[in-house]
Design a protein around this ligand. Sequence first.
Ligand code: ZN
Length: 429
Amino acid sequence: MNYKNEQMEEEKVFKDTVHRYVRVKDRVIWDLIATPEFQRLRRIKQLGTTYLTFHGAEHSRFNHSLGVYEIVRRMIQKIENNPKWNKEERLLALSAALLHDLGHGPFSHSFEKVFQLDHEVYTREIILGDTSVNQILSRVEEGFPEKVAAVIEKTYKDKLVVSLISSQIDADRMDYLQRDAYYTGVSYGHFDMERILRVMRPVEDQVVIKSTGMHAVEDYIMSRYQMYWQVYFHPVTRSAEVILTKIFHRAKHLYANGYHFKQTPVHLLSFFTGNVCLKDYLKLDEAFVYSYFHEWQEEEDFILSDLCERFMNRRLFKYIEFPPGQQKRWERLKHLFKEADIDPNYYLVNDSSSDLPYDVYRAGEEARVPIFLQMPNGELKELSEHSTIVDAITGKTRTDHKLYYPKDFIEHIEDISLKQEIKSLLNGN
Ligand code: ZN
């Protein structure tokens, strides 16, 4: 039997907190899981700094990736006898599901922002470059690594395969919503995935939902909405994220200015100088980042050591609502922070988060393929046309603006009038 179709004698089973079992029978999938590039995902948390708000949220990208694979495996089981589904694409869909987050680095959100990196570019490089993952994919058939990369980048010609892994109702979202809900311990984020899988139908180049399953889909959209505001954009998590970003900024700035670190951050030098190669990137994980933060608490530079001490010991910044259009108040605060010897570049941070819970395609904008319901007569209807609940949140972006600052520093300002003015500006007076 060729490698592409090789099945293991015995099915391998992973116990999983969300799906109970993750089942692997394909040799290729089993080999991909064993690669160093995939094992590295064990050392990268799925939700970055969220564990500082919800202490259970320590789960990794490894466990999410296995979950997405398992959902796609179950989806294929439901649709494999449908004439629209091309059976030849099975291993491609499973491999893309498993590898879709392969390029994520430690604390991707802040890290990528400061060092101008993009995990999607790295996912592609790991799949196509000189790696164990590439060796395995290349053994499947010629051009297979390129196909896997194309599915993940949504450019693959068979859009049905793409839609299983990325669309407004895909295996990626279905896994992370349930998994993140489980590990944070919140009561949102749960929906009836079994029901959704049962009412999915491939039509043309995408998956649609039988109209009787509409309420299960509504529940999924609402849980996504709730999870964004209750978990992903939680202001305390964002406070930790702000500090993390500032640590990377400070370290990069110090290095650029010839600062002499007590302990040279050898693993980060290529990131500081912008000459990152794939090997450097793959070496980096959260353990490395933490070990630097640990060391940097002892640095001479006050800002770097203070920020690291805050992050390690969860002494986070406080926050206030800060809607846009308050230029004067912002400028004045910056000025007063400087007066008080608190560097506003690191200690006064404007941060906003926004989410578009569900959207239908509008001409001229980036295409978001809507969710379609299949009516009993076979006709397709876009979800928000039929569901009042979904219609109420369709196309509505909600944004939340906050201002972050270290309250303890303000309390310690000796000049009473300066302290009063800062406090009253922060209180919105
Ligand atoms: Zn994912």
